[in-house]
Design a protein around this ligand. Structure first.
Ligand SMILES: [Zn+2]
Length: 406
């Protein structure tokens, strides 16, 4: 049990003028957290090593409370946050950007932030950050949401459509290096899948992505960019925008997820489609698309960029190139490493939605499968697969003079 009955002992202080937090260098250290209360009123407390400036706001669909903090070193006991109490079902925490950390509380229903304050250290008690939540109606929740100050940058506007064509495999013909974006999935507050032994998807895919970068760079043909190079959360839309801004000719999003059946093993290559190719693909896309929800990203203002018929046409062409690359990749993987049955599948993955960048999502294997896990964390295996993927990329771009793919 992660909760502790004495959280209510935190006295609500008289409102006093706060002096600026003392300048202590390095990340804030959060040693412990706890919940108290019931389904009407719940208190969340975090022990921190100094006075902190923080922001608290709510999000709907699903109901969440987000606490934004400066960069914080969370030293909570293992499993803390996996279960809840009162109005809070569970909570997550981690880095969401340079110098920024976040705690996201999943609430079972609509809540109101009653109070949020920092209590000074007293005697043997450390500085505490306290957030009090009250149960409320959906109507009140939505009304509060409307007047809530925006705590995070508004989602970027849908890009202006210039009618330019999908980037063909032949891009880079003019002697420029071909830009390939590698997107290590998850990161920071979103750990992705977790094996029974505790291996995290976000760590595995970052290590693999770095090896793939090395493998691609050695050919001298590719200019490789990564959406993240450390343990940092990046919203799905930003990953897509990054590939577009870099004018990438290919995006490879790398994952190593979990599936319900622990016996499923081997690599899978996914491309975008409105209708999922099968149930596993649909479930996986749903799981992947939850990344933003996990990190408390406000999705309410997000517009659907895929409305214009022009985008539709460009996207169809982009998709064809993505499918062509996926097939190339699958045949290379088949030769060099294990693949699942039907290794090329499709579903509505948000991260694959750049309308002018051919994009694939590579599931290296499943962390839920013990033999896959053994491979996934093995440096030699990673290197072999990175070389295999690099070979497929070279082959894909090498086809450019031979024939158009479709
Ligand atoms: Zn994933």
């Amino acid at each position: 049990m992660i909760t502790c009955g004495n959280a209510w002992s935190e006295e609500t202080p008289e409102p006093v003028e706060k002096t600026a937090p003392a300048a202590v260098s390095g990340p804030v250290v959060a040693e412990n957290s706890r919940l108290a209360g019931d389904a009407k009123r719940t208190r969340f407390v975090v022990d921190v090593d100094r006075d902190v400036a923080f922001g608290v706001f709510t999000l709907a669909e699903p109901y969440r409370v987000v606490i934004d903090l400066p960069e914080t070193d969370f030293r909570f006991a293992k499993g803390q946050g996996n279960s809840g109490r009162g109005l809070v079902n569970a909570y997550r925490y981690g880095l969401i950007g340079p110098g920024k950390s976040r705690i996201v509380l999943d609430t079972g229903g609509p809540v109101k932030i009653d109070k949020a304050f920092v209590v000074d250290a007293v005697d043997d008690q450390p500085v505490r950050l306290v957030v009090d939540l009250l149960s409320t109606s959906r109507q009140e929740f939505m009304a509060a949401l409307a007047v809530q100050p925006t705590r995070q940058p508004a989602p970027r506007q849908a890009p202006a459509i210039s009618g330019h064509e999908a980037v063909r495999p032949g891009a880079g013909r003019d002697g420029r290096e071909i830009v390939v974006v590698i997107d290590p999935g998850h990161g920071g507050i979103d750990p992705g899948a977790k094996s029974r032994k505790g291996t995290l998807e976000k760590d595995v895919v970052l290590a693999f992505a770095k090896r793939l970068r090395t493998a691609l760079s050695t050919s001298g043909r590719f200019d490789v960019r990564m959406t993240r190079e450390d343990d940092q959360f990046i919203p799905l839309g930003e990953r897509v925008n990054f590939a577009r801004e870099e004018k990438a000719s290919l995006l490879i999003s790398v994952h190593a997820d979990s599936v319900r059946a622990g016996s499923v093993s081997g690599a899978t290559v996914y491309t975008l489609s409105e209708r999922a190719s099968d149930g596993v693909a649909a479930a996986l896309a749903e799981q992947e698309n939850r990344s933003d929800v996990i990190a408390g990203v406000d999705l309410s203002g997000e517009s659907d960029a895929v409305a214009d018929i022009l985008i539709d046409l460009v996207q169809r062409e982009t998709k064809n190139y993505a499918v062509f690359f996926a097939r190339t990749l699958v045949s290379e993987l088949k030769r060099n490493t294990g693949v699942v049955r039907n290794p090329h599948r499709s579903a509505g993955f948000k991260v694959l939605k750049a309308h002018d960048v051919p994009s694939v999502l590579l599931e290296l294997g499943y962390l839920t499968n013990p033999s896959d896990e053994m491979h996934l964390i093995d440096a030699e295996w990673q290197e072999t697969v990175a070389d295999t993927v690099a070979k497929a990329v070279s082959e894909y771009f090498g086809e450019r003079h031979a024939r158009a793919p479709f």
